[in-house]
Design a protein around this ligand. Structure first.
Ligand SMILES: Cc1ncc(COP(=O)(O)O)c(C=O)c1O
Length: 390
């Protein structure tokens, strides 16, 4: 028996043309993966990973347990030291994924009496962590500094919560340096100043900025030299790093706290050593790779072709590897994505409810390995599809 309530939820998804389905990968030109630098298929990284395991005689298939039990292979220490050096911070703590890192952080760091202010477009993993937290949480308007300030003032004013700057209660503010479904960025310098002024603690998810911005692809926070002003950064390895896993970058005390209280860190089998060797090799490659410059070349070409095809009003402003063209309605955006597939290009439709209704979009992910010809072709096609369709 399949429960009626679940059945009707699936039926509703079908009626909204929003049913998710797993598809086998097809051999299409990649304008949809998060593999911005092509690292997931880098032979150099693959060979260096393998060689590292051989050189250090690391013959392990699995981690065998939680890091607090049997799974804390010495490579964790090597990688975490590499990460804290690379990201110019006191410490780094590896999690099994970005999802785990965000759930693990937000469920245990903000305490009862604290408040979390989060961007309305924040990633689902942060929302899920917040749902598990005992702190109160309020969303602020996307990338809107004035609204953050309003919310902080409202909270200070609220006698009900009894929060003052001298209190032991804290305000946590959370945003992404590059928004995953929009490709845009907040005014990070402005938010940092706001946090300083109000003694708030800032957390920035850098999932889509690592490998793309900053010297050696260290991220947007380091590019802006803000690392000393951030309470915690989340970096992930499944995107530009081309591997798997994530880390929380912050102080030594934060690391110690997470090791003791973060349930998605404690109650799970650790990453296997070969994933750690992969992360190690990928960061080593990132330090000297020219692929970041190739990616930015392609971003510049994409943006100029958007203007050439008079599509700029349909796109969300972005300097990142993610560019979104708003095409309202699940039916319309799905049918245009389908047309792209028929022309050999993999461009994903982002449907409601993942994004708000009428904000459905085509999400173009750019890569170092995309050819200029393909980028030009894709935008020419887009111009014909959208003018024909609406
Ligand atoms: C902003 C952001 N944070 C966290 C995650 C989760 O990272 P992971 O894929 O490593 O679980 C993602 C990826 O979907 C993301 O886009």
């Amino acid at each position: 028996m399949f429960p009626k309530k679940l059945h009707s939820k699936l039926e509703e998804r079908k009626a909204n043309n929003a049913l998710r389905q797993l598809e086998a990968p097809r051999n299409l030109v990649d304008f949809s993966s998060n593999d911005y630098l092509g690292f997931s298929k880098s032979e150099t990284i693959f060979n260096n990973t393998h060689q590292y395991l051989i050189d250090y005689n690391i013959i392990h298939n699995g981690a065998t347990g939680s890091r607090l039990l049997s799974g804390n292979h010495p490579l964790f220490n090597t990688v975490e030291t590499q990460l804290s050096d690379y990201h110019n911070s006191e410490s780094a703590l590896v999690f099994n994924s970005g999802y785990d890192a965000n759930v693990g952080f937000f469920s245990c760091v903000p305490q009862r009496g604290d408040v979390i202010l989060y961007d309305e477009y924040i990633h689902a993993s942060i929302r899920d962590g917040i749902r598990l937290s005992n702190a109160k949480a309020y969303k602020f308007k996307h990338n809107d500094l004035d609204d953050i300030e309003q919310q902080i003032l409202r909270y200070f004013d609220s006698a009900q919560h009894g929060l003052s700057q001298n209190d032991s209660n804290n305000i946590y503010i959370v945003t992404e340096s590059i928004f995953s479904m929009d490709g845009d960025s907040p005014n990070l310098k402005g938010i940092t100043q706001l946090c300083k002024k109000n003694n708030a603690l800032l957390i920035v998810d850098e999932a889509h900025a690592v490998g793309v911005f900053g010297e050696g692809g260290a991220g947007l926070i380091q590019h802006l030299k803000l690392e000393k002003d951030i309470f915690a950064r989340i970096v992930t390895f499944g995107k530009a790093i081309g591997a798997h896993g994530a880390a929380i970058i912050g102080s030594e005390s934060l690391k110690q706290y997470l090791v003791n209280f973060s349930r998605s860190f404690i109650y799970t089998t650790a990453l296997p050593p070969h994933t750690l060797a992969n992360i190690h090799a990928a960061y080593h490659e990132l330090a000297t790779s020219i692929t970041k410059a190739q990616l930015h070349n392609n971003i510049a070409h994409f943006k100029s072709e958007v203007v050439k095809n008079e599509l700029q009003n349909r796109f969300i402003e972005s300097h990142s590897a993610i560019h979104c063209c708003i095409i309202p309605g699940n039916d319309m955006v799905k049918s245009i994505a389908q047309k792209f597939q028929e022309h050999g290009f993999n461009i994903k439709p982002i449907l409601s409810p993942t994004v708000p209704k009428n904000q459905e979009r085509l999400r173009f992910c750019l890569h170092a390995f995309n050819s200029k010809e393909d980028i030009s072709k894709v935008l020419k096609l887009l111009a014909t599809f959208v003018t024909k369709s609406y």
